[in-house]
Design a binder for this molecule. Structure first.
Ligand SMILES: Cc1cc2nc3c(=O)[nH]c(=O)nc-3n(C[C@H](O)[C@H](O)[C@H](O)COP(=O)(O)OP(=O)(O)OC[C@H]3O[C@@H](n4cnc5c(N)ncnc54)[C@H](O)[C@@H]3O)c2cc1C
Length: 303
């Protein structure tokens, strides 16, 4: 490990990809290290709030991002996990799962969020055997089947909007009194005769033989069993911030940043859903990715 890069960008969701576009245009010597391209943006079925596109699917928007990224020359390492970031003299060491250690003068953490587990009995056992965390990725596997979507926020409603075009019946199991997602999405979901919303309900178990065949729920003290072949867990997200421990985070584990995407440690920047910036949206993540790259470039020219 002799080479010291100007910058390492961790993650290639909207924040990391935009940071890469800006870093390339600043002619920085940088690498992007990521599990995948697109992050959560690739999981969204319908995007209607990214300026310039009245409607685009998540996978199509990610293809556009990728096309833009491919215009520039830099090192892109896909299918690689960053496992740690450490301080070294005048640089940071980025530990990875499969390509060894990389050294860089600045880092942008743009590692986003991952789905929260339901922690119901049977969830782990039936993961990928009927239990899934991504309707866009796995929805087509449940064509003409009965499915349950667990959650009541935007992610759950997005999954319901996708599944009501594919499945034969869609239950939304929501633990609150009413759905909490956007009103526009709620209206669309409620307009489908295939969708049944069960409020004040909690999943206690997921069961089956080789694959899921039913869920057990508790609704205001009463238990019942619903036969389903698919369970979409959409109960929220947690930040992927565990790879770094020497910067300030909030109680949710989100990285605290200022309006220039600077963290509490000089030379480390963060952008997108992994930060404490409110509004977990593609356009916000992209804008913050741009700010982080500009701040990293400024830091490099002054240190
Ligand atoms: C179902 C769903 C629908 C949505 N719909 C919309 C919508 O319609 N409009 C909208 O504006 N927003 C929507 N969002 C939110 C939006 O997708 C996110 O706000 C946005 O993707 C955040 O971008 P990000 O780059 O910060 O993080 P992410 O998109 O989470 O990307 C993180 C990146 O980091 C990588 N990564 C994570 N950990 C590591 C690691 N340790 N090592 C290497 N790489 C790592 C991941 O592989 C990924 O590439 C939706 C989200 C979901 C889940």
């Amino acid at each position: 490990m002799t080479e010291v890069k100007d910058l390492i960008i961790i993650g290639a969701g909207p924040a990391g990809i935009t940071a890469a576009v800006y870093a390339a245009r600043k002619r920085l010597d940088f690498s992007v290290i990521t599990f995948d391209i697109g992050g959560q943006a690739a999981w969204s079925g319908n995007i209607e709030n990214y300026t310039g596109y009245q409607f685009i699917t998540g996978p199509d928007l990610v293809a556009k991002f990728r096309e833009h990224l491919d215009k520039y020359s830099f090192e892109l390492k896909e299918n690689v996990e960053v496992t740690g970031i450490e301080k070294a003299e005048k640089a940071f060491i980025i530990r990875t799962s499969s390509i060894g250690d990389i050294s860089a003068r600045t880092v942008i953490v743009a590692s986003g969020k991952r789905p929260k587990l339901l922690n119901a009995s049977g969830e782990k056992e039936f993961k990928n055997k009927g239990v899934t965390y991504c309707a866009t990725c796995d929805g087509p596997l449940f064509a003409r089947k009965d499915v349950a979507i667990i959650g009541g926020g935007n992610s759950a409603l997005d999954a319901a909007l996708q599944m009501m075009k594919i499945a034969s019946k869609v239950y939304i199991i929501n633990n609150l009194e009413k759905l909490s997602g956007d009103a526009v999405m709620q209206e669309k979901v409620r307009s489908s005769p295939l969708v049944e919303v069960l409020n004040l309900s909690r999943v206690t178990a997921i069961a089956g033989d080789k694959f899921v065949s039913e869920i057990k729920i508790e609704t205001e003290g009463k238990t019942s069993t619903i036969p389903v072949q698919g369970v979409f867990v959409e109960v929220g997200l947690v930040p992927n911030s565990g790879m770094i421990d020497f910067i300030k985070k909030n109680v949710f584990g989100e990285i605290v940043v200022n309006c220039a995407a600077e963290t509490s440690y000089p030379g480390i920047f963060a952008a997108g859903d992994v930060t404490d910036v409110p509004g977990k949206q593609i356009i916000i993540a992209a804008g913050d990715g741009a700010k982080a790259a500009m701040s990293a470039s400024r830091y490099l020219s002054t240190h």
